[in-house]
Ligand binder design. Sequence first.
Ligand code: DSN
Length: 478
Amino acid sequence: MSHNAESTAFRSALEVIRAVEPRVADAIGAELTDQRESLKLIASENYASPATLLAMGNWFSDKYAEGTVGRRFYAGCQNVDTVEALAAEHARELFGAAHAYVQPHSGIDANLVAFWAVLADRVESPALKKAQVRQVNDLTEADWFALRRELGNQRMLGMSLDAGGHLTHGFRPNISGKMFDQRSYGTDPATGLIDYDRVAEAAREFKPLILVGGYSAYPRKVNFRILREIADSVGATFMVDMAHFAGLVAGKVFTGDFDPVPHAHIVTTTTHKSLRGPRGGMVLCQPELADQVDRGCPMVLGGPLPHVMAAKAVALAEARRPDFADYAQRIVDNSQALAEGLLRRGATLVTGGTDNHLVLIDVSGYGLTGRQAEQALLDSGIVTNRNSVPQDPNGAWYTSGIRIGTPALTTRGLGTAEMDQTAELIHTVLTQTTAGANADGTPSKAKYTLDADLADKIARQATDLLATYPLYPGIDLS
Ligand code: DSN
């Protein structure tokens, strides 16, 4: 698409919105400015293509399409069938999967669909049948415990939150922690790496129904062949949540033992992180789970979002192009350059480096909590998020880590030289920030001091760094 066409499309859309609620049009414009001007290092964010964005802003949003392709509970779904079938076909081809279900609205939804599919497939239970005809959200805490008891107190073994797992892998405040009796595997305290022997030992002791692989904040490759062998050895279903690294799988950076699709019974993902699609989720599975997965709506999902499925089809078509493999490799090259730049300047990184799209800095070495570091970086035009590190003494709110990732900056075109400059900016902010104190003199986990002029200077340097790599160069809203 020509730059002119992109500008015309987005300018016209904003003009139409402005005529109804100008503040929304202003906010959309302001968001583009903010995204253009900040150094976006949030590991789970990216920039979808104009084609993907435009595929979402249309009348597909008006259509109900509960059911699956060719088998809907509403009339008139032929065009939704077209885009859902296309998205699923692109997903199957891209990942070499037997079956793809592209309706989940988010990663959490995709995981819920997967959990219920496995339960329905593996467990014969009157209680489960009852739950399937009720709204899952209506179940009380007592219902969940009764259900779990009747299901045989089903067990899930997943990576712990502080080692980099996700809250949907059985963490107590999430519904997965209520559905399942959960145990987690952590990482080796000395290396920060997954110790597969310990995972096997935990699986032998705990005998989970589901073994979950995948992470949100683990900076290394995971050997999915070994995890599958562990799952098989205890009769567990092996599920992988590849939300963070789906783009690296799609781009064939993670292959063989490190590609989850041939090894797992069921794989979930989001579509908006390294995969660079619209905000949403997806489930891939082996044929024996397909029927249960396709019951995701109405089991746990509301009506599908046809406009988002259309955008998934566009983004997945983009990911099948040869240049996506080049993009995926550059994500990792950039992440490793960023890690090396930080290490050279004295930072402490969890696991000492990275194999994927993310780097986890342990900021306790700078005398800061994750929260202080996150805010100081934000003051300096660098957008990151705080994250726990293994055995984090500051818990999940303040944390001791900063998670940074390269999918978004790589989309803009920044390369390894700019990653070294980015490392310099981050290191300068972190070394120049000092932890503050509470009114009673005790150390604060939130307050900090950073010279405002220095923060402004760093923010200008960050903007200069980005100037050569304009975001959405084809879109001029002026
Ligand atoms: N919020 C996502 C992330 O940042 O990793 C995961 O849900």
